[in-house]
Design a protein. Structure first.
Length: 212
C-alpha cells in the first residue's frame, strides 16, 4: 500500500468517530431526511440487490434495507476499517465489505441499485473515473447509480473549508470535475439527472442505464 492510501485510511479511521456529526452539521440534516430522500428516489423493490459504496458508517445502506422491510440484499463497501466498525455497531443485517471502489469484489451485473452519499467527491480524480467504470460493470443493464453530494456552500468561510477538504482528501482539480459532473457521468450512463435538496445544501445525481 502506498503512503497516500495509508494516510487516507488512517484519516478515515480517525474521522469515523465524528463522521455522522460532521455530515449532520454540514448538510443541516439532523434527522437524516436527506438520506431518506436519497433512498426514496431509488424506488427500491424487495427483490433488489443494493450496493452502497463509500458507505462510511452505513446510514444509507441501513435505510435501504429498512425501506424494503429487510427483504433486499444490501451490501455496504468502504476501504476504512474504522468506518465499517461503526457501521457494524448499527446493523448486523447489512453485508459490510472492506474494499476499494476502484476494484470492487463483485461479479458483473450483480446489482440493481448503487448508492454513494457524500463520498464520491473525496476520491482522487483518477479514482472517480475508475469507480464509475466499476459501478457500470457491477450494475445490471437497467440499473441505477444515485450520488448525493454537498452543493458548494455560499458562505465564504464554509466555502473555503469545503474547498480545502476537497483539495486535501479529494483532488485539487475536483472543482473542475464538479463543474462538468453531468457531462462526465453521461459518458458512463445513458440518462443523467440532477435534483437539488429541499435545503439547497445537497443534491442527488441519478444515473440510469450503464453504458456497455
Amino acid at each position: 500500500m502506498n503512503l497516500r492510501k495509508s494516510y487516507r485510511k488512517a484519516y478515515y479511521n480517525l474521522f469515523s468517530h465524528m463522521y455522522d456529526k460532521f455530515v449532520e452539521l454540514h448538510s443541516r440534516d439532523r434527522r437524516q431526511r436527506l438520506r431518506d430522500w436519497l433512498v426514496e428516489m431509488a424506488n427500491l423493490k424487495p427483490e433488489d440487490r443494493v450496493l452502497d459504496i463509500c458507505t462510511g458508517t452505513g446510514a444509507v445502506a441501513i435505510k435501504a434495507l429498512n425501506a424494503t422491510r429487510e427483504r433486499a440484499f444490501v451490501v455496504g463497501v468502504d476501504f476504512s476499517r474504522g468506518m465499517l466498525s461503526r457501521a457494524r455497531e448499527k446493523s448486523r443485517k447489512v453485508n459490510w465489505v472492506q474494499a476499494d471502489v476502484t476494484l470492487l469484489p463483485f461479479k458483473d451485473n450483480s446489482f440493481d441499485v448503487v448508492f454513494c452519499a457524500y463520498g464520491f467527491y473525496e476520491l482522487k480524480d483518477r479514482e472517480k473515473y475508475l469507480a464509475l467504470k466499476e459501478i457500470c460493470r457491477v450494475l445490471k443493464p437497467s440499473g441505477k447509480f444515485l450520488i448525493m453530494e454537498h452543493e458548494e456552500p455560499k458562505h465564504p468561510i464554509i466555502k473555503l473549508l469545503y474547498r480545502i477538504r476537497l483539495a486535501t482528501i479529494g483532488s485539487l482539480s475536483s472543482k473542475k470535475f464538479i463543474k462538468r459532473e453531468l457531462e462526465i457521468i453521461s459518458q458512463f450512463f445513458q440518462k443523467v439527472d440532477k435534483i437539488l435538496s429541499f435545503s439547497g445544501n445537497s443534491k442527488i445525481i441519478i444515473a440510469e442505464g450503464p453504458r456497455p
